[in-house]
Design a protein around this ligand. Sequence first.
Ligand code: GLU
Length: 369
Amino acid sequence: MIMFPTGLLSLALWLTLTGSTLAVVQSESPPVKYPLKVGVVGSPPFSSYTNQTFKGISVELWQELAANTNLKYQFIAQPGVKTGINRVTSGELDVLIGPISITAARFKRVTFTQPYFKAQIGLLVSGESPSVWNRIKPLFQVAVISSVGGLFVILFIVGNLIWIAESRRNEEQFPKSYFRGVGNGIWFALVTLTTVGYGDKAPVTKTGKAVTSIWMLITMVAASSLTAGIATVMTLLLSQDHTEQFTQLQDLQGKQIAVVTGTTGAEWAKNYQARLLESPNLEGAIERLKSGKAKGVMFDVPALKYYLYQHPDAAFRIANLSISLEDYGFVLPLNSQLVREINLALIQLKESGRVEEIIEREIQGVSQE
Ligand code: GLU
């Protein structure tokens, strides 16, 4: 048998005892006090607080869930997700509800319920649909104008050359009078250029034929590059991409992007090295876009779509960028005794189709993707 010196033995005993006491303290959370303090955070259509009333998908979902489980609670409006989560960790709040994205960083500090919604993070940009002028503007670019101008100059030169070569021996087709003669020369050059070749005018002199031959060879190349040029311009005209600022995530780098403080949208904008313009709420962020200070607002797509739906005249649209797909859940303290009960009630609501119903009713008409 191994003999421990008594001092060592009592130390080991003490360590074991204190260790287990600590473990008990850690796994035990303070008893839940009713009514529960339920923080409400986020933007419509998930949550809103106006005229002393709480509304939105998250609010309704909680109300139904609490009714089904006989939970007594009181709502307390919260200024932002970050503050709300901090108040859950400090014990000021028992629950935080709203469109709260489940992220690893948050998961380390709090418990999340089962997810009840999936949302994209997107970028709201000013999107005045291009005016007629904006669409045909490419036609008036220097390059286009100068090549059309260049074409006229060349036609004029060739017209003159043909006239010089032909007017003496072929007066019928290319009269001696300068204007009529050169006019016919230009017409002949144009008919040849377009490969229409009416044959109403044709050179008879050697020089005339030589000029025409060279012109025919040149126009073969010129006509095909002209066609290619027109095709390019038309492609530009028909696509809106020439006005699109954000076609890929790298385009965000260094751009002024409005975000709501403490949201996942702000995190993503930071990740893509945008220059953040922070606001306490979505309205504030959208103001920044309106005033032109920001190039976009990075936020949850359902809330952005809801804003567009409520402001049909707003000249904004959601850029075609895929940033992240996030799950929404409610927040409880770590080791909360309510997790199982709330999760069970939430899953029951999901299974019965109630969650879907609430969502559909609240965002009726707002297109969902
Ligand atoms: N889903 C966002 C987040 O958790 C918040 C959205 C909102 O505030 O409406 O950061």
